[in-house]
Design a protein around this ligand. Sequence first.
Ligand code: EPZ
Length: 421
Amino acid sequence: MDKFIIKGGKRLEGEVNVSAAKNSVLPILAATILNGNNCTVENTPMLEDVFVICDVLKSLRADINIDKVNKRVKINTANIFANGANDELVRKMRASFLIMGPMLGRFGSFKISLPGGCNIGTRPIDLHLKGLSALGAEVSVGHGYVEAKAKKLIGSNIYLDYPSVGATENIMMAATLAQGETIIGNAAEEPEIVDLAIFLRAMGAKIDGEGTDTIRILGVKDFKEVVHKPIYDRIEAGTFMITAAITKSLIKINGVDEIHSKPIIAKLTEMGVAIEINKNSVIVDGRQKLNPIDLKTMPYPGFPTDMQAQMMSLLCTVKGTSIITETIFENRFMHAVELKRMGANIKIDGRSAVIEGIDTFTGSEVTATDLRAGAALVLAGLTAEGTTAIKDIYHIDRGYVSIEKKLRGLGADIERVHYDK
Ligand code: EPZ
């Protein structure tokens, strides 16, 4: 097992480069199932979750080459099995469930282990299944598996009860090979949905409306070879913006799309963080006194739930009262318990957290409970008085490429230490 040891209180400076978006690359790699030709994804973030979805595809007998040096993944799924993704792997990572739509689209059937929930919520898949049924699939759930069969997928008019990112992606991918037109109403509008649509269109899919709440897909017969460079990771970018704010530093962040990061930049600006926006980068000056704010997580273009934990760490260090309301997941405040071990003053009441600013965190031994909670603890450790040890950092490695190397590049005192549990 590994843990991070962080000696806090240092001012940081310099530049940091953002990697490509995990939540773009995962559906894009799943979408290669649709295409029996060579698919190349450039600038792929070498993350644990990316390796897991590649292992899932390998368990279907996809031909995959992962070039870690050049950050390139080449996939050919011409000879994959119509079924039989490795259950262990599918249960290991929820996003594996994104192979469902492509498998149904290409083979007219799939059987897959129900994905695990995770610490932040039950993570149901009812909207995914409702959408695929609307395309003509006969879906059954039982004995821990989901099974679906369809002679031919027929385009349909689907209206999502909730703008689910994963359900939008699964339905969009399946619909690319359905007969006729599919309209997805109340679709998710996240930038990662747009990036997936760009990838699908590049291989020959007929899609428009991505990035709005209505996406139209006209089924096609087959696809062609594709090379794609994914968008930057707006959540990693936001995490580094908060790094500057919480350590009262001035940092340049390369790999920032102003539109994708708008909700995050807007809230940090409201707090008094000075952010200079350039073409593909920002300069964040966190040296001013910051003010408390109220924050509510919402589907894009609202404030992203994946930045909620990181914002909580920052707001803990801002004098006054701030309120965070988490509207997306039912159990996404577990980082509050760990932050309180570091001296935070947080009261949780259902979906809301009331935060009273403290002078400073105090270093402590804490545990990452999920990916973004782990990032929040790193941020708290960077500004804490004394030393912070963070255990279970495998959660953090799922979504951040070498976060300790990138932070050390800014002058942080953070080490990855191996220990036997
Ligand atoms: C994606 O998860 C992201 N993961 C999550 O990022 C992100 O937090 C989430 O979108 C919201 O933005 C990937 O893209 C791999 P949802 P997803 O379906 O698709 C409910 C991270 O840290 N819902 O939009 O699973 C669900 O319970 C991860 O990188 C249903 O009720 O999110 C939740 O309350 C964490 N029924 C809400 O919708 C369904 O069928 C949002 O879920 C599906 C979802």
